[in-house]
Design a protein around this ligand. Structure first.
Ligand code: ZN
Length: 158
């Protein structure tokens, strides 16, 4: 396992639409392991492959003490809207108010290539939407209704 460099802000790979994964190779397993290690090291709760420079449809998300890996994730349904504050490992120091579905259904595949379906709500629903956006070249500032001011961020970190 190895840490990967997290791409930031204007890096073009963050704006590219990713390609689906079609082959489940040992390299894919290495990438998943590296993404998980990188996410924990950076104290993030989710990471998408473009954030480590790989333009493929892969996300990892932390769900309490478990890690969810989803390959080729697709949103199959979303319900309810919730406005909350979000950050992103690719935009250090930026916090934004972003509306998201409160309940979400996602289908995709696990690392063995088996179909999986995930139903999420609240924070997990938000994180999944954020990471899936990355796979379409969309970042949080695109969907933000408002960016928090430095004063608000200082208050939040108190
Ligand atoms: Zn992000």
């Amino acid at each position: 396992m190895a840490l990967r460099y997290i791409r930031k802000k204007m890096d073009p790979v963050l704006r590219k639409k990713t390609a689906p994964v079609s082959r489940f190779t040992p390299q894919l397993l290495d990438l998943l392991d590296d993404m998980i290690e990188t996410m924990f090291e950076a104290e993030g709760i989710g990471l998408a492959a473009p954030q480590v420079g790989i333009s493929k449809s892969i996300i990892v998300v932390r769900n309490e003490d478990k890690v969810l890996e989803i390959i080729n994730p697709e949103i199959i349904n979303g319900e309810g809207e919730e406005l909350d504050i979000e950050g992103c490992l690719s935009f250090p120091g930026v916090y934004a108010e972003v509306p998201r579905f409160n309940r979400l259904g996602v289908k995709g595949m696990n690392r063995a290539g088996k179909s999986i379906t995930i139903n999420a709500q609240g924070l997990m629903s938000r994180v999944l939407q954020h990471e899936i956006d990355h796979l379409h070249g969309i970042v949080l500032i695109d969907k933000a209704l408002r960016l928090l001011t430095q004063e608000e961020i200082n208050k939040m970190n108190e």
